[in-house]
Design a binder for this molecule. Sequence first.
Ligand code: HEC
Length: 121
Amino acid sequence: MKKVLMMAMGLCFILSASPALAGAPEGEALFKGAAKCKNCHNTTDKKKVGPGLSKVLDRAGAEWVKSFLADPQAVWTADEGYTKTLKESVNSVGKPKPKHKTHKLTDEEIENLLDFLRTLT
Ligand code: HEC
């Protein structure tokens, strides 16, 4: 029994150590397709409806982006850390609501989107 457990743990380790950015192609498809991110975001630093997303993970951090995509309204309302910076940069400090209207993303979709965002330079 112990052996089986060890093997399972080893397998998990191997899987989690699979190459980074594995989800990038799916993230890109989602970005351009079903999740409609592309309607509002360029992948360069050029503003569209929302900020250009080039290097967004460098400024916002992966944890912030994850929380924001999972529940933009909650992150906006909590008004902590990078959210303050973003509000200032989009000049929307006083507005109670983020303009974000994406469909409800699953955790896997968020991970894939993050992998795609990591490829933006
Ligand atoms: C309806 C337009 C719209 C759509 C669709 C949209 N966004 Fe946004 N996004 C915005 C706006 C506007 C902001 C700036 C904050 C605000 O006002 O809500 C923003 C902010 C962001 C930020 C923070 C940018 C920064 O510079 O810090 C990220 C990351 C982001 N969006 C990712 C996404 C992803 C990924 C998708 C698709 C799942 C998406 N957005 C879909 C409009 C949109």
